[in-house]
Write a protein that binds this ligand. Structure first.
Ligand code: 62D
Ligand code: ZN
Length: 371
């Protein structure tokens, strides 16, 4: 049994919608060595082996099936070999469910100093102490193995936006060569998987060529890269109107870095199954709460004597036991509990959104008005 790719037909509830806007939405289950992932799924980001301001058991109560870890940060500190020696990232951070690790390329380009891209890989200096490192398809894949990740991401180059056709073409071709090397370096085991990442920017023929190159490598799943990099929702949806259809229908499709609730809904309607985004955690720490009434900026003085919860029917600790006045105060005085409660609420909100989307798809109902 090849494990992770199982998108069992009987479990996959694809309901053709009355009008074509929803016919691509699908709900399913991905089976892995560390448990099941109900899709469409939202993955909270746990950059440095922790979802900031949350205990792993608290993340679990929000309904998350899988969380994301960042290779770039973990390879610098505490180091992949050390995590391996300590029993792997699952044990280290006390998270026993699926873990997806990114392959580091995207963060190297945004965080490290003095980067040099060669055919071999990316040579860079650590943003922490300036020491020299190399990330390549081989080293990235090995690091993710040492971390023990359930889903390993291929080492790609995220094509910047905007890019000319020529720039996008050569970047996509590099990603295809790196995907081949990533796939070769992957140590495949039952219940573990590796996802390829297609590039090609906004050019549909490049997206097609990227998909064909990667399908040949028979990954367990596929990510659509080079999006949510400043192109805006309209252009992102324009690419998503066709890109998911270039990928195998029976394998998971992952849209990296997305997104706000409306982005997630639009992408699910276009056939995307998996998401990750720092918005619920990062904006929570900055005082933004996602609610059915819209986004609440809790630092606004209008909340300083508001004795009501963020959402009266939300089951998270912030809503069950505290008022907006208290959250307003905690965030204003930068108390750690403020970051904890706001994060917990936002993660609960995002998981509730995904649960409702999965239910609507399973019942064959339209779901574009949920936000
Ligand atoms: C897995 C590492 N590779 C990889 N990560 C990404 C992460 C992203 N995050 C966002 N918006 C927040 N766009 C992304 C694109 C890529 C991409 O094209 N590639
Ligand atoms: Zn709440």
């Amino acid at each position: 049994e090849v494990s992770i790719t199982k998108f069992p037909a009987d479990e996959r509830k694809i309901i053709a919608k009355a009008h074509d806007k929803y016919k691509k939405a699908r709900a399913g289950i991905i089976n892995t060595r560390h448990g099941q992932i109900h899709t469409p799924a939202f993955m909270p980001v746990g950059t440095k082996g922790t979802v900031k301001a949350m205990l792993p058991e608290s993340v679990q109560t929000t309904g998350a099936d899988i969380i994301l870890g960042n290779t770039y940060h973990l390879m610098l500190q505490p180091g992949a070999k050390r995590v391996f020696k300590l029993g792997g990232l699952h044990k280290f951070m006390n998270w026993s469910k699926p873990l997806l690790t990114d392959s580091g390329g995207f963060q190297v380009m945004s965080l490290s100093k003095l980067r040099k891209i060669t055919e071999e890989g990316v040579i860079f200096n650590s943003h922490i102490d300036g020491s020299k490192f190399m990330l390549s398809p081989e080293s990235s894949t090995e690091i993710q193995y040492l971390l023990g990740s359930t889903i390993t991401m291929a080492f790609d180059e995220c094509t910047p936006y905007p890019s000319t056709y020529e720039q996008a073409k050569s970047s996509m071709e590099l990603t295809s060569r790196w995907a081949k090397r990533s796939r070769k370096a992957f140590y495949s085991r039952d219940g573990y998987g590796q996802f390829g990442i297609i590039q090609g920017s906004i050019y549909n023929d490049l997206r097609l060529k990227s998909a064909l190159d990667l399908i040949e490598l028979d990954f367990e799943g596929y990510a659509i890269g080079g999006l949510a990099v400043g192109e805006g929702q309209e252009l992102m949806f324009k690419v998503l109107d066709y890109a998911p259809d270039l990928l195998p229908i029976n394998k998971p499709r992952y849209l990296m870095g997305v997104g706000k609730p409306a982005d997630i809904i639009g992408a699910v309607q276009r056939g995307i199954d998996m998401f990750d985004c720092v918005i619920p955690t990062r904006s929570g720490r900055n005082g933004q709460a996602f609610t059915k009434y819209g986004v609440v900026n809790i630092r606004n003085s209008k909340y300083k004597e508001d004795n009501t919860p963020l959402e009266e029917d939300c089951l998270c600790p912030a809503c069950k036991n505290y008022t907006k006045a208290y959250l307003h105060y905690l965030v204003k005085v930068k108390e750690i509990l403020g970051a904890m409660l706001m994060t917990w609420h936002n993660l609960m909100y995002f998981q509730k959104l995904m649960l409702r989307i999965r239910e609507y798809i399973a019942q064959g109902k339209d779901f574009d008005f949920i936000s």
